[in-house]
Structures are given as structure tokens and as C-alpha cells.
Design a protein around this ligand. Sequence first.
Ligand code: FEO
Length: 170
Amino acid sequence: MLDAKVKELLNEQVNKEFYSAYLYLDFANFYNRRGLDGFYNWFYIQTQEERDHAMLFMKYLQNNSADVELLMIPKPEISLERLEDPLHEAVKHEAYVTSLINNLYDAAQSAKDFRTVQFLDWFVKEQGEEEKNTQDLVTKMELFGSEPRSLYMLDNELKARVYTAPSLVL
Ligand code: FEO
């Protein structure tokens, strides 16, 4: 039996990960409208990864005999104007998700729920990667984004990103 607080936070995390997918789909669409296929591709793949995260949390709840309650996914309402805006927003959003994972980890440890702690270890590492990847994009945009030819090359680089299923299997 999962601790009630841990279970509540895990269930909320299903929703938060689906929101992340929704938010990144909004960012992907922003770039699609501007003809930047590589940036579109990067965020479209990010959307797929966030959906995977949501499904992993759901599967973990199911594996522990807990009911899953699907909550409402809010509309992404971030105003995007400049080409770099989604990148800065993604950095902020990943830091927020890290804080959610840390909060969950803290609750699981307090409840001496070491199975959930172990499950969350993968997400702690994943968040480190997600924060780095989004920050790297901001850095590249700052270096190359203001010149059309280098922006074109950066867009081509991002076009090469391919989706890979998560290494965590439940
Ligand atoms: Fe599921 Fe980007 O954190």
C-alpha cells in the first residue's frame, strides 16, 4: 500500500507530465508556424518524452494497486513572441518539474517508501539531463540565433534529433 500523500503526489505527477507534453506541443507549434522544422522536431520529441513520463507514473501507480485519477490538463498560456522565448520557458519549466520530483522524493523518504524512492531515482537523473539539454539550447541560440545562416544550421542540427523510448521499463 502506498502512503496516502505519496500516492496523491504520484497521481498529480501524471497530470504534470501530461501538461509538460501539452506545453511543449504548444512550443513545437510556435516553431512550425515560423518554418523552423528543427526546433519543431526537438519540441515534438520532447512532447513524446513527457507523455512517456506520464505513462511511467501511471504504470507505477497501477503496479502498486493504486487507482489513477486523470485530472484536467490546463491550457498552455505562456505568451511567446521572440524565437528564443520557448527555450527560456523550457528551462524554467524543467526547473519547476525538478522541484516537483524533489518534493515527491522527499515525501517518499519521509514515509520510508523506499520502493518509490528507487523508482524516482530514474527521474532525478532524467531531470538533470532535461535541465542541461534545455540550457544547452538557450546557449546555442544565444551564440548562433541572431544570424540567419547559423540559425539555419542550428535548425538543421535539431532536425536530426530522433525519439528514443525511455530506458526505464515498468
Ligand atoms: Fe518530464 Fe521534462 O520532465
